[in-house]
Design a protein around this ligand. Structure first.
Ligand code: PLP
Length: 570
C-alpha cells in the first residue's frame, strides 16, 4: 500500500473515511494536552475513537431525538441512545448508582428510559429501514454528561455512526417512556450475515491448531457477537457475575478499560501487573489460601500478549491451576490475534476486539466472545451466556466487518513481516550507549517470548504466523520520546491493527493523570506504541530511522547533563 501523508490535527484517521475510528494528533504535546483535558486540543477534534468521542452522526441523532413529552419535558435533560434495552437500562442504573458516582448520582426523577421509534424516511429503502433495531434512550441532566460518557466508554454498546446515519434518514422520532422493566425486549434481526461472521471467527479459532489431539473446537454457536470489544468484555463480566460471585485476578497489566470496567462494575479483583512467574507464584499462594478457607476464585483474566507492553504470562501453568483449583481462565487474544496464536488449548473463554486486526481498516467497531468447548464448564457457561447475550452489532457494521475480514490472513502476513523487519532493525540500538532507544516491546524480543511461542499456530500454505503487527519503543526521557514521536511522519492516535501505521504515546493519552500509577505497573510515560500497516516496509524503515535520529540528537545534547541509559524489564 502507498504511504499517505497524515492529515492535520483532529482530522479523521484513516483519512476521509466517513466512519473512521481514529484521529490524528501530530505532536506529543497534542496527545499529552488532550490526555490532560486541554480544551484547545479537544476543540480541534473532528473525529475520535467511537467509545470516547461521539461521531457527528451520533451527535445529530442526539439533537434530533426530541426531548420527551410532559411530564418528562425538562430542558436541562440530554440523551444517550442505545441499540438494545439492556444497555439503556444498565446506563440508567449506572447514572443513579450512589456508590459508583460518589460526586453525585443522578436522581431517579431526572433520568427516564424511553423506547425510540423512527418512521421510514422518504429516501429510505424498506430493507435499510427494517435493519434499524428498536432503539432505547436514556435522558439525563447535563451535569451527568461525564458519567454518561464513562458508561459509554466502559460498556461499548452505544449506537454506532452507521446506525446513527441510517436513523437520520428516517422521518420521525417518537419517544415512549418505559416504566418498570420491559418483559420482552426486541433485539437486532438475526440475519444470515451474523452466522457468516460467527463462522469466520470459529474457523479462525480452529484452523492450524497447536494441539491436534483436541476432540472439539469452537463452532459458530460458541461465538457471541457484540458491538465492540469492550461490549464483549462487558458481556463476559456480566455473565460471570451470574456464574460465581468471588474474586477476579488480572494477570499482566491489561487494556486499561478492562481494569476500569472490572473495578467499576465487577467483583473484588487482584492485579498482578507484570505477569511474571513470581506473579503466578502469588496467584498460587492466593488459591491455596482461598482453598484453606473453603473458597474459590471466579476467574483469571489475561491478554496474549498484553496491551501495550506485549508480555505473555505462562498460560499453561495458569491452565493447570484452573484445573486444580477450579476457576475460569479468560484470555483476550486481540493483539496476538487468532491468526497467529491458538489459545483454545488453555482458555475457557476467549474475548476478541474484532475492531483491530480482524477488521483491519479502522472503520468499524466489533467484538466477540468465544466459549471453548474443550473445558468442563462449556455447557454451563453456554446457558448463562446465551441468557445474557444481546446481539447489538448493527447490520451495516456487520457487513463492513465481513467485507474487511475477507483478506485478514493475507493482510496479517504482511503486517507480521513488516513489524518483525522493523523490530530487527531497531533491536541492536538498545545495547548501543549512544542511542536514545532503551526498550522494544514485542513478544519477538521479550523475556516471555517462549510463553508466546508455545501458542503460535504451525505455519501453513495460506499463513505464516508471527509476533503481530504491534510493537512499542521506549526512551530515557520524555524529551527523547517526544523527539522520536514528533519526527515520525505517520498517523498518530488511538487504535491499532489497521492497514495504515498508527503510533501513540500510550500513557500520555490514556493515563496522563495517573502516570505514577502506570509507572508502578511497568508502563512508562515515554512508551510509544506503533501499529504497523500495509505500507512499503522500506518507507516505514526510513521514517523510523529519521525519528530515531531526532531522539538521538536530543540525547547527544543531554549527555553532557550526565543522563544515563536505564533498561526496563520488558
Ligand atoms: C486488548 C484489548 N481488548 C479489548 C479492547 C476493546 O476493544 P474495542 O475498542 O473494540 O471496544 C481493546 C481496545 O483497544 C484492547 O486493546
Amino acid at each position: 500500500m502507498k504511504y499517505q501523508l497524515p492529515p492535520p490535527l483532529g482530522h479523521a484517521v484513516p483519512i476521509s473515511k466517513e466512519h473512521a475510528i481514529s484521529v490524528h494528533f501530530p505532536a506529543w504535546a497534542d496527545v499529552a494536552g488532550y490526555g490532560a483535558g486541554n480544551l484547545e486540543v479537544a476543540k480541534a477534534l473532528q473525529n475520535g475513537y467511537p467509545r470516547t468521542f461521539l461521531h457527528t452522526y451520533v451527535q445529530e441523532v442526539y439533537i434530533y431525538t426530541p426531548i420527551a413529552p410532559e411530564p418528562y419535558l425538562i430542558p436541562i435533560l440530554i440523551i444517550a441512545v442505545f441499540p438494545d434495552y439492556d444497555s439503556a437500562a444498565d446506563c440508567r442504573s449506572f447514572l443513579m448508582d450512589k456508590t459508583l458516582n460518589l460526586d453525585g448520582a443522578v436522581d431517579e426523577k431526572d433520568t427516564v428510559l424511553f423506547a425510540v421509534n423512527i418512521s421510514k424516511g422518504p429516501s429510505q429503502s424498506e430493507a435499510d429501514f427494517s435493519c434499524i433495531p428498536q432503539l432505547y434512550a436514556v435522558t439525563h441532566p447535563r451535569s451527568a454528561e461525564a458519567q454518561k460518557m464513562t458508561f459509554w466508554r466502559l460498556n461499548g454498546r452505544g449506537i454506532s455512526s452507521r446506525l446513527a446515519k441510517q436513523c437520520l434518514r428516517g422521518s420521525k422520532f417518537k419517544l415512549t417512556p418505559i416504566t418498570g422493566s420491559l418483559q420482552e425486549s426486541s433485539s437486532i434481526k438475526d440475519l444470515p450475515l451474523y452466522e457468516t461472521l460467527r463462522k469466520r471467527v470459529a474457523d479462525l479459532m480452529s484452523r492450524a491448531p497447536i494441539n491436534t489431539k483436541k476432540d472439539t473446537l469452537p463452532t459458530p454457536d460458541d461465538v457471541y457477537l457484540s458491538a465492540s470489544g469492550m461490549a464483549a468484555l462487558y458481556h463476559v463480566n456480566q455473565s460471570l457475575l451470574k456464574w460465581r460471585s468471588s474474586d477476579i485476578v488480572m494477570l499482566g497489566f491489561p487494556y486499561e478499560l478492562s481494569i476500569k470496567m472490572i473495578e467499576t462494575i465487577g467483583l473484588p479483583y487482584h492485579l498482578y501487573s507484570f505477569g511474571l512467574d513470581k506473579d503466578i507464584d502469588n496467584l498460587e499462594a492466593l488459591l491455596i489460601e482461598r482453598a484453606k478457607e473453603g473458597r474459590k476464585i471466579q476467574s483469571v483474566w489475561c491478554e496474549c500478549p498484553n496491551n501495550p507492553v506485549l508480555r505473555t504470562p505462562d498460560m499453561r501453568r495458569v491452565r493447570d491451576l484452573a484445573d486444580k483449583y477450579d476457576f475460569l481462565f479468560v484470555i483476550d487474544d486481540t493483539i496476538g490475534s487468532a491468526a497467529n496464536i491458538d489459545v483454545t488449548d488453555v482458555a475457557d473463554i476467549i474475548v476478541t476486539s474484532l475492531t483491530k486486526n480482524f477488521s483491519g481498516y479502522a472503520d468499524v467497531l466489533g467484538g466477540c466472545v468465544t466459549l471453548n468447548p474443550n473445558f468442563r464448564y462449556h455447557q454451563e457457561l453456554s446457558t448463562i451466556f446465551a441468557g445474557t447475550h444481546v446481539n447489538n452489532l448493527y447490520a451495516e457494521d456487520a457487513i463492513q466487518l465481513e467485507v474487511n475480514s475477507r483478506n485478514y490472513l493475507e493482510r496479517f502476513t504482511q503486517q507480521n513481516r513488516t513489524a518483525a523487519y522493523l523490530i530487527d532493525f531497531l533491536h541492536p540500538y538498545i545495547a548501543d550507549p549512544s542511542s536514545a532507544l532503551t526498550t522494544i516491546y514485542s513478544p519477538r524480543v521479550c523475556w516471555s517470548r517462549e510463553y508466546y511461542c508455545r501458542f503460535m499456530r504451525p505455519a501453513t500454505d495460506e499463513f505464516e504466523p508471527g509476533f503481530g503487527s504491534v510493537f512499542g519503543v521506549d526512551f530515557e526521557n520524555p524529551k527523547q520520546a517526544s523527539a522520536f514521536f514528533d519526527n515520525f511522519p505517520v498517523c498518530k492516535g488511538p487504535s491499532f491493527g489497521a492497514d495504515i501505521t498508527i503510533a501513540l504515546p500510550y500513557v500520555q493519552l490514556v493515563m496522563q493523570k495517573q502516570k505514577d500509577w502506570a509507572k508502578g505497573h511497568g508502563l512508562n510515560e515515554t512508551l510509544i506504541r506503533i501499529s504497523i500497516g500495509l505500507e512499503d516496509p522500506e518507507v516505514l524503515l526510513e521514517h523510523i530511522k529519521g525519528a530515531l535520529r531526532a531522539a538521538d540528537a536530543v540525547k547527544m545534547q543531554g549527555s553532557s547533563n550526565g543522563i544515563c541509559k536505564d533498561h526496563d524489564l520488558h
